[in-house]
Design a protein around this ligand. Structure first.
Ligand code: APR
Ligand code: ZN
Length: 373
């Protein structure tokens, strides 16, 4: 594919642990079955930091970013589902619509993702961005830290007009991942005791989902008091600062010795995954939501798992089908049943993107949104 396209500004990662470089790159027009999206907002997620700090080393150079929203700027040949000007949210699981998972409405598990999205390339194996003749990869099939991105048409999901683009952006990853883990991956029964460990954008969205399922005790665990205060506002009945109190012992006590029915781990650390398992009561379920750095392994007692009929369940992108779940979640926000705006704690221009990563490393704020407008 030629590079008859345009130039745009994007934040490019060249090396692990080095600041992103905000610069002009070339962006090709969309190919067959592809669309170009003009980004309005893109928020910074811990999965971007995983790439930047080398926990998941990506191909480089690459444009990170995968929580983005904007409008359709151009459509490639054969695109039927989008029109120029439509508001969209990017999805990092653009389904192939042919594999056995896509066919049953589970594009989050699409069999093609490994060779496309995870490799940073389009369906034809090439990239749409380049600089000085060198290809620039697209992180998580979205590459939303640039003024424009080109994605497969299934990687852009139409959303109702009138939704603020910053709120739409956070639905592109954190909210769908967390809310879906609590509402789609597992079924919480009214009155269940649930625990959420890690209260970033993902964990707080798990809390929103637990509150929507009318769980009984909703216990939130983090190491920052400001996150615990946010959790209370998001519906937690109890909060635990894991720096001061052993969360496993605290859960056994708070549950009257019965243990948790569900423990959601929304960080991806060996220690907190093992805590989640240790706080489960009989027939309890640990839901692994946080994505761990490559190579992380956890230990568990198989005898206890068998005797207590414990379950360990993975949740990828909240088990979401983005074309159905993005508008559904945004509808709840529009009906004032989900305060998604509360997740956005700061806004910066693209030039300040490295500051947003520094704040995340310090555990400050929930979501920083890049404003392209
Ligand atoms: N115990 C409890 N909470 C902890 C601990 C700990 N030992 N260590 C960190 N935390 C808290 C942080 O204080 C922070 O509030 O976990 C939270 C993580 O939040 P973010 O860094 O904002 O991460 P988020 O974007 O929500 O993503 C969480 O999901 O999508 C994946 O890759 C992503 O693995 C990441 C996870
Ligand atoms: Zn994410």
């Amino acid at each position: 594919m030629g590079f008859q396209g345009r130039t745009m500004r994007a934040a490019v990662m060249y090396e692990v642990s080095q600041p992103l470089v905000v610069e002009e790159v070339e962006m090709a027009e969309p190919g067959p079955g592809e669309v170009m999206v003009k980004l309005a907002n893109s928020s910074v997620c811990h999965s971007d930091l995983h790439a930047l700090d080398g926990a998941w080393p990506p191909p480089v150079p690459i444009v990170l970013g995968h929580e983005g929203a904007g409008t359709i700027e151009a459509v490639g040949p054969g695109v039927t589902r989008h029109r120029v000007g439509d508001p969209v949210v990017l999805s990092w699981t653009p389904g192939c619509e042919r594999c056995r998972f896509c066919l049953v409405g589970r594009p989050n598990l699409c069999e093609k993702l490994a060779e496309t999205v995870h490799a940073g390339v389009m369906y034809d194996g090439t990239t749409r961005m380049r600089k000085d003749g060198r290809p620039i990869y697209t992180y998580m099939g979205t590459g939303s830290f640039g003024e424009f991105t080109v994605v497969p048409e299934t990687g852009a999901v139409a959303v109702p007009s009138g939704v603020p683009t910053d709120v739409a952006a956070v639905v592109g990853c954190a909210v769908t991942t967390g809310f879906g883990a609590a509402t789609k991956t597992v079924r919480i029964a009214p009155g269940d005791t649930v625990v959420v460990i890690g209260l970033g954008g993902v964990g707080l969205s798990v809390l929103f989902g637990c509150a929507a399922q009318s769980a009984g005790k909703v216990i939130a665990v983090d190491v920052h008091d400001d996150k615990l205060a946010m959790a209370k506002r998001a519906g937690a009945t109890h909060v635990i600062n894991a720096r001061e109190t052993d969360p496993v012992a605290a859960i056994w006590e708070l549950s009257g010795g019965r243990g948790a029915d569900f423990a959601f781990e929304a960080i991806g650390l060996k220690a907190t995954i093992e805590q989640a398992l240790g706080m489960l009561g009989t027939r309890g379920t640990a839901v692994l939501v946080g994505m761990a750095p490559e190579g992380v392994r956890f230990e568990a007692d198989p005898t206890l798992i068998a005797m207590m009929e414990l379950r360990i369940v993975g949740s990828n992108y909240g088990s979401a089908n983005p074309p159905i779940d993005f508008p559904r979640i945004l509808g709840l926000a529009q009906a004032d049943q989900l305060d998604l705006a509360s997740l956005i704690t700061s806004r910066v221009p693209l030039d300040d993107i490295n500051d947003a990563f520094d704040a995340m490393k310090r555990g400050e704020g929930i979501r920083t949104v890049i404003d392209f407008t």
